[in-house]
Write a protein that binds this ligand. Sequence first.
Ligand code: LLP
Length: 443
Amino acid sequence: MNALSSEPTLNDLLTSRPPLEVNARDGLLFEGVPLHVIAAVAGTPCWITGAGTLRRRANALKAAFEARNLPVHFHFAMKSQDHQATLTILRECGYGVDIVSGGEMTRALHAGIKPNGIVFSGVGKSDLELRAAVEHGIRQINVESVEELYRLNDIAQACGKIAPAALRVNPDVDAQTHDKISTGRAGDKFGIEHRRAVKLYAEAAALEHVELVGLAVHLGSQMLTAEPFRQGYSRLADMVREIRALGHTVKTVDCGGGLGIRYQDEIAPPPEMLAGVIAESLGDLGVELSIEPGRWLSAPTGILLSRVIETKAGNPDFVVIDAAMNDLARPALYDSWHGILPVAPAAFNDALKPWDVVGPVCESSDIFAKDRVLPASLKRGDLVALLDTGAYGSVMSSTYNSRPFAAQVLVDNGRWEIIRQRQSVQDLIAAETIPDWLLPAHG
Ligand code: LLP
């Protein structure tokens, strides 16, 4: 802990994140690559993904389930990070994907994910999206409403196909996480109310172009305790038994995502916890199991590298960096806490003081950290790294204030490469047209 606050020290942040290290010549390195080198070539702000970290986590998650002798299909929630390189790495680790839009389906197929490795979740799938899913023959469509179920049946009929679907159940369980990322309470827009789902499942057996294969659930995100998982999965297990007692087949249960990580000082459960709860709640049902992890896999694989534009003395003292809420929206949206480390070697031995770390966007919510203890010497031109930004980071960026999308870099075992060029303002303008009648020459 910090002498100036109860938050983790710079050293705590470093030592608890194996991909990061500091040396006296280069300062902060990520997976062995000096961050100042990346900044010099790719510019800032810049997203950096660690391929080695992603592979390690992907394999550790699988191992947790293997240790339980629990065969599970792994579908990465690509909404958390959807770059082609990320999907390629995870595909090679044996992962499929959980998608929530036709756009994500196109991306996944482009990255070589087989249709059989794609599960389609999400409220409000359009007819076009459902049709594409049916035509590609994806593994499973998680239906979120009665209307969607009948719409899917009609669309599959028009395509001359039978669509494999699961009912996404809203089990009315409080995930005990941030309100804005809770999805499984009664009143949340997601899923079919659990009291109606058994009856609906039985009715849907009569549909000719939908094959109901099972149930799906997703309770929320950044979940840190076992209890809500246990409640949600036990409820699903009861439903599987009820549906079977009515004479219907349940082949699969999709357990969703939600496993949390340590950003600040949270006690984050290991994946073995999740494997244990799933094994205990659903392991003896003889169903094919799957999970949809996003954040646990991708958050610790990413950093957002940024440069100090200026400091502004006052009360508080501000450090203004060149990343902003349009790049990383999480702090503004969810008051989320992200570790911040300096990059220069000397900074790690400097005196410390509290800073408010802010971006240049014209909104008071463009704040990354308040009263954050960082080197007192921070000044124009210094680099800082915002940690654990690999999930819901670059994917949630906008171009607000005409700030183009930042560059992205992949670091892999000492090598690194720019994997998305920084967007230019010209790219933004090029997509816009001016109606003739607004131009002076008109009429
Ligand atoms: N499956 C479904 C159906 C989901 O809706 C989600 C996330 C996941 C899986 C993956 O959940 P995870 O394992 O990543 O917790 N933007 C927010 C998080 C929104 C999560 C939405 N659904 C944030 O930055 O915290």
